[in-house]
Write a protein that binds this ligand. Structure first.
Ligand SMILES: Cc1cc2nc3c(=O)[nH]c(=O)nc-3n(C[C@H](O)[C@H](O)[C@H](O)COP(=O)(O)OP(=O)(O)OC[C@H]3O[C@@H](n4cnc5c(N)ncnc54)[C@H](O)[C@@H]3O)c2cc1C
Length: 419
C-alpha cells in the first residue's frame, strides 16, 4: 500500500501501537501464543459462564475498549470525528495482530454487535442528535445495544415480523415478542424493528427504533443453550412507550435499516481477527500436541482446513478492497459469512477425528476436551445473521443473478398474508 501524506507509515504506526500496548497491557507469556494447547487455551464460540461472571467479563472488555478509545485504537478505520484514526484496513489488521500478543479480555458477541453492527447503522440512519448521542458511545462500548429483530414467527423471513408500534402523539406504543436477542440481558439499548403499517406489503410497513432496555414494559428472559451458557434471550414488549425522537430512519424504512445492520453482520472484510471459535493454528497445534500429523488421512483433512482458511482470507481481502474503494457492504458479504461458517464446521469435523474420544471424555490434557466449546457453539453461527441456506439464496440471486425464488406474498398487504 502506498501511504499518502496524512497516513502515517505502517511501521511507525506499529511501533507506536506496540509502545502503547506495552504501557497498557501485559504481554502474553512467551510459552503461550493463544494457539498452544495449555491452560489458557480457548476455542469457545459462546461463553458458558454464570451471569455475574459474564457481566464481569463484559465490564473488562468495555473498559479495555474505552482505554483504546483514548488513542483511537478502538476504531482505526473510522473518521476522527467519531474518535477513530481514519486509517486503511491494513492498520487495523496490524493492530489486531499485535494485540494478540497481549493479555486482553475475551471478545463477546454483544460487544461486537454494538461496535461493529449498530454503531455504523446509527451513523447511516440517525439524525444529527441521534448520531451525536449514540455513535461514539456505541463505538467505544460505553453503552451496549442488542438487535431486536427475530420473532418466534419471523427469522429467515424477517420481513413478516409482527411486533407492533402504534403512533400516539409524539410517542410510539410497542407490543410484541422478540427472540434469540443476543446479549439483551446486558444491553442498555436495543435496535428494534417493528411493524408500523400492517396494511402495507411486509417489507414496506416496518420502522426502526432505538429502545431503552430499562423502559417500563420491556422484559428480558435468558434462554439456556446446549453449550451451557445463556447468550441469547426472549424479549417481551408490553405497552412500551418510545419517544419519536428514538425512531431510526423514516417511518416505513425499517427494512432498509435492518438490511444495513445485517449487511454489517455478514461483512467479513475487516480481517481484524475478532472471529470466535477455534482457528486453523489452534487446530494444527492440537494435532501436533496429540501426535497425529503423520497420519495420512488427518494430513489430508488438515490440508483441506488450511486451503479453506486461505480462500476465506482472500475473499475477505477482496471485500476489504471493495470497502476501501467506497462500496457499502452488499450481498457479497454472504459469501464471506458462508465461508466462515463452513470453515467452522470443517474445523469441528476435523478436530473430532484428531481428538477421538478425548473430545467428549475429559482426559485432563489441556486443549483437548476444551474443543467441545467449538463443536457445540459452531452450529449457532450457521443460523445467526441469516442461515447458510439463506446466504446461498442471496448469493444465487443477487451475486450470480440466478432466477429468484417464488415470493407469493411480496406485494400482498401484511395483514392479508395467511398465518
Ligand atoms: C447464535 C444466534 C444468535 C442470534 N442472535 C440474534 C440477535 O441478536 N437478534 C435477533 O434478532 N436474532 C438473532 N438470532 C436469530 C437468527 O437471526 C434466526 O435464528 C435466523 O434468522 C433463522 O431464523 P429462524 O430461527 O426463525 O429459522 P427459520 O427461518 O424458521 O428457518 C428454519 C430452517 O429453514 C431454512 N430456510 C428458511 N427459509 C428458507 C429459504 N427461503 N430457503 C432455504 N431454506 C430456508 C433455514 O435455513 C433453517 O434451516 C440469533 C440466532 C442464533 C443462532
Amino acid at each position: 500500500m502506498v501511504a499518502d501524506m496524512a497516513t502515517p507509515d505502517l511501521d511507525e504506526f506499529v511501533a507506536a501501537a506496540r509502545a502503547w500496548l506495552d504501557d497498557n497491557a501485559e504481554r502474553r507469556p512467551e510459552s503461550s501464543d493463544a494457539h498452544t494447547p495449555d491452560e489458557t487455551f480457548s476455542v469457545a464460540v459462546f461463553h458458558a459462564l454464570a451471569t455475574d461472571d459474564e457481566r464481569a467479563l463484559l465490564e473488562r472488555l468495555k473498559r479495555w475498549t474505552q482505554r483504546k478509545a483514548e488513542r483511537g485504537y478502538h476504531a482505526i478505520g473510522w473518521p476522527p470525528e467519531h474518535g477513530g484514526l481514519g486509517l486503511p484496513g491494513a492498520y487495523a489488521r496490524a493492530f489486531s495482530h499485535l494485540e494478540r500478543e497481549y493479555v486482553t479480555p475475551a471478545s463477546h458477541e454483544i460487544h461486537s454487535v454494538t461496535t461493529g453492527l449498530i454503531a455504523p447503522t446509527v451513523r447511516i440512519f440517525g439524525d444529527d442528535e441521534q448520531r451525536s448521542r449514540f455513535v461514539d458511545r456505541f463505538l467505544a462500548a460505553r453503552d451496549l445495544c442488542c438487535q431486536l429483530f427475530s420473532e418466534p414467527g419471523a427469522g429467515s423471513d424477517l420481513a413478516t415480523l409482527a411486533c407492533r408500534a402504534e403512533r400516539d402523539g409524539e410517542e410510539w406504543v410497542v407490543n410484541g415478542q422478540k427472540v434469540w436477542s443476543s446479549g439483551a440481558q446486558f444491553s442498555e439499548w436495543g435496535e428494534l424493528i417493528a411493524r408500523t403499517d400492517p396494511t402495507a406489503p411486509k417489507h414496506r410497513g416496518l420502522t426502526a427504533f432505538v429502545v431503552p432496555m430499562d423502559a417500563p414494559g420491556v422484559e428480558v428472559r435468558p434462554i439456556r443453550q446446549m453449550s451451557g451458557g445463556s447468550s441469547f434471550n426472549e424479549v417481551f414488549l408490553t405497552d412500551v412507550r418510545i419517544p419519536d425522537s428514538l425512531r431510526l430512519g423514516a417511518v416505513g424504512e425499517g427494512w432498509k435499516v435492518a438490511l444495513t445492520t445485517l449487511g454489517f453482520e455478514r461483512d467479513h472484510s475487516d480481517g481484524s481477527g475478532g472471529r470466535v471459535g477455534g482457528s486453523w493454528r489452534q487446530l494444527l497445534a492440537t494435532a501436533r500436541a496429540v501426535g497425529v500429523t503423520e497420519h495420512p488421512v488427518i494430513r489430508q483433512q488438515l490440508a483441506r482446513v488450511y486451503s479453506h482458511h486461505r480462500v476465506e482470507g482472500f475473499v475477505s481481502r477482496r471485500a476489504a478492497d471493495q470497502r476501501r474503494a467506497g462500496a457499502e457492504p452488499g450481498p457479497e458479504g454472504s459469501l464471506g459469512k458462508l465461508l466462515w461458517t463452513e470453515g467452522m464446521t470443517l474445523v469441528s469435523d476435523v478436530v473430532a477425528d484428531v481428538l477421538g474420544a478425548a473430545l467428549v471424555a475429559d482426559t485432563g490434557a489441556p486443549g483437548t476436551y476444551a474443543w467441545g466449546e467449538h463443536v457445540l457453539g459452531a452450529p449457532g453461527y450457521r443460523i445467526a445473521g441469516g442461515s447458510d441456506e439463506v446466504q446461498r439464496n442471496i448469493i444465487g440471486e443477487r451475486v450470480l443473478g440466478l432466477p429468484a425464488e417464488p415470493r407469493v406474498d411480496k406485494d400482498v398487504p401484511w395483514n392479508e398474508i395467511p398465518r
